[in-house]
Ligand binder design. Sequence first.
Ligand code: LLP
Length: 417
Amino acid sequence: MHHFTYQNDILHCEDVSVADIADAIGTPVYVYSHATLTRHFHAFDSAFDGVERLVCYSAKANTSLGVLKTLCDQGAGLDIVSGGELFKGLKAGFRPDTIVYSGVGKRIDEIDFALNSDILMFNIESREELDVLQERAKTLGKTARIAIRVNPDVDPKTHPHISTGLKKNKFGIDIESAMETYAAASRMDHVAIVGVDCHIGSQITQVHPFEEALQSLIELIDRLKAMGIDIRYLDMGGGLGITYRDEQPPHPTEYAAAIRKALSGRKLCMVFEPGRVLVGNAGILVTRVLYRKHAPSKEFVIVDAGMNDLLRPVLYGAFHDIRPVVRHADPDEMVADVVGPICESGDFLAQMRSMPAVVRGDLLVVMSAGAYGFTMSSNYCSRLRAAEVLVTGDRYAVIRERETFEDLIRKESIPDA
Ligand code: LLP
């Protein structure tokens, strides 16, 4: 459930007209709903009532400070994958002891930053990374709390680019090697084993893959216990899907029921790293129609948002619903490609889409754009990255100003001849 609804045929985010935002701020602009963010967080978090847990929002889905702060205020922890995300998370107010750090390629400067910040735990993805962490912790006089990210070889039945828990993926360590890596970690004097971790993929629309992964992790925890290694945190990663079109992902309560059942009373602190399920349907991308073009074989709607603003359609063939900001009774229907201004045929937001006919100047919104929208945007073709707005009730705030031409060259210089 989100808070983007038509009121008098004008799309509103909560109680603010999206048309008013577009007129005041310009387009393209990402618009997020505070009420939706908080509702999604509590729906997820409260599904686990009675289970000791830490819900660490996965920053990569949307790293805008305004969004981070909103979730932090609700009691979320943070899942990070880079020093930049740690920096932004700390700026937004997340407590270090609620931050978990995953990723196959942590650099030394990033490891040092996280050690010095005293984060809750590092999710280790290779034996070499563990050795480096021990060495850095020793150098800095710290103890690194770790979980090993296990690759349980589970098929999450999602897009191949966003599957992460299969043997062929670069993520995590297979279970048998993980046992050896835990044994090695237990002998390291600047490493404290605290958890077991996995993340099997994203946009998962069934409970079964999670159950399968959890079963493997529980077996691993039992084997570790037999070796004298006690595990406190079981990190299930993120991955719960959302509805973009007609997907029917499990509700968090269904997901939670499966987890409770598999835990069967074990005393573990569960960690979750949800991203998309919290922010995906809490954001839209608002764009204006620049031109209509009737080509011999197709209709094109050319808008001012491109693949640099929202990469998901071309990268994953992802479907995002497109709606008019102003709704008309009985509109003419058309079938069109909605495309951006970039010089690539992959620059589309929708292809062969049935939609109400639009004319130059109309506003459209791309729905479900709150996750992996702005964070995956770029300056390709020297386009300015979009503004971002956070709506709360009948008020809105610009949480990121639109970039300017000066921003495009801020870090550049021309060498002396
Ligand atoms: N934890 C880890 C270690 C992850 O790698 C990810 C996502 C998450 C948590 C959060 O997953 P979520 O709950 O959002 O599914 N750009 C793609 C998604 C890539 C996901 C990468 N990892 C997309 O636009 O669909």
